[in-house]
Each structure stands twice: as C-alpha cells, then as structure tokens.
Design a protein around this ligand. Structure first.
Ligand SMILES: [Zn+2]
Ligand SMILES: [Zn+2]
Length: 199
C-alpha cells in the first residue's frame, strides 16, 4: 500500500481516494461506504443497534441476588434469583427444566443461559426506593393501600422499581406462590414511561 493512494485527513483516519469520504483507520471498511471503492479494510459494521439493552442487570444484591436477564425475544427480560437455597430462573422453559431436575433430586445441576449471563452483570439505569408520586396517583383506596404496603416493605436492599433497560422496569409487588420474589418485569411505553420518569 502506498501513501499516494490515500488522502490523509487527520491522524488515525483516512479518506476514500475516489470520493474522499472519511473513515477511521481502526474501523476501515473493505469498501467505501459511500461509493464502494475498494479500501482494503476489514471492519464490518454490525447491525446490532441494541447496545442500550444490557444482557443482565442487577436488581437486588445480597443474601438473595436478583438479576434481570435479556431473553432472545424482542427486548424481553426474565428474572434470575440466586440465594442460599439455590438458583431459580423465571423463564418458562427453564422453570420446566428445573422442575424435572427437582423431581429426580438433581436440582444442584440446574443451569441455564440466563444464569450464565449473571457473570457479566451491569448496574441498573435507575433505582427507586420510594413512590414519591403515590399521594397523587389516581387510584382507589384499596389500590393505594396495597401500593403503600409494598412501599413500606421496600428498603435500601429491596428497591421498589429498578430500571433495567430504556423500556423495561423491574417492579416490586406482593410475593405470590408462583413468584415468591415479588418482582416482575414491566415494559413501560409512552405515557407510563413519562410517569415513571417523574417518580
Ligand atoms: Zn468512496
Ligand atoms: Zn433461564
């Protein structure tokens, strides 16, 4: 390669000899993105524009750790719980697998791709420890009382709402037999998203 072929625009960058469209040397494409002139680079831009959605986000850490992990379907997440009693994944397929292992006394063998994601955990985008808007929330007294109850239950280690991605929130609720953790994933869009941002 001779330098005469390339017009240097700035340090670490170059430009296409044919159309002078600039490129960064670290991300030099095989062909010019503008005119397709052969540049000889090897950088192929990926079409994954979903970088804002982390694979795994921490919801709660401590004796019981809760993670919100990304599943293969569109911007969907599932909860993973790790504590002294073992590992639980709330993804339906994994739940079924876990039940089979439990039946044959092999629960300690339980692993799934979501649990593995917890190795590379990211901090949540936002954590809310109270519902400051609760007083003005338009709902009946029973609902308000329930929300108040949940708010009182949450603490430093048990935040009421954890934002795991631009559109997904992990919201603390009352634990049920099916969901002993009490957290569930909520997708928030439009109007609701604005309300959440004002919390
Ligand atoms: Zn070009
Ligand atoms: Zn799983």
């Amino acid at each position: 390669m001779s330098l005469a072929n390339t017009t240097w625009t700035k340090r670490g960058g170059g430009s296409c000899p044919q159309c002078s469209s600039p490129y960064n040397n670290r991300y030099k494409p095989p062909n010019c993105l503008e005119c397709n002139f052969y540049l000889g680079g090897s950088y192929v831009p990926t079409k994954k524009a979903r970088l804002t959605v982390p694979k795994c986000t921490l919801v709660v850490s401590g004796e019981m750790s809760i993670y919100s992990t990304y599943t293969s379907s569109h911007d969907d997440t599932c909860l993973v719980v790790i504590d002294n009693n073992g590992k639980i994944c709330h993804h339906q397929t994994c739940k079924n697998q876990r039940a089979i292992l439990a039946n044959s006394q092999k629960l300690e063998q339980f692993e799934c791709k979501h649990l593995k994601m917890a190795d590379d955990v990211k901090e949540p985008l936002a954590v809310y420890k109270s519902l400051s808007l609760l007083a003005s929330y338009p709902c009946d007294d029973t609902t308000k009382a329930k929300l108040k109850e949940i708010e009182e239950k949450c603490s430093e280690n048990l935040p009421i709402i954890v934002q795991v991605s631009p559109t997904m929130y992990c919201v603390l609720g009352a634990p049920t037999a099916k969901n002993t953790v009490g957290y569930c994933d909520v997708r928030v869009r439009g109007h609701c998203a604005m309300l959440f941002q004002r919390l």
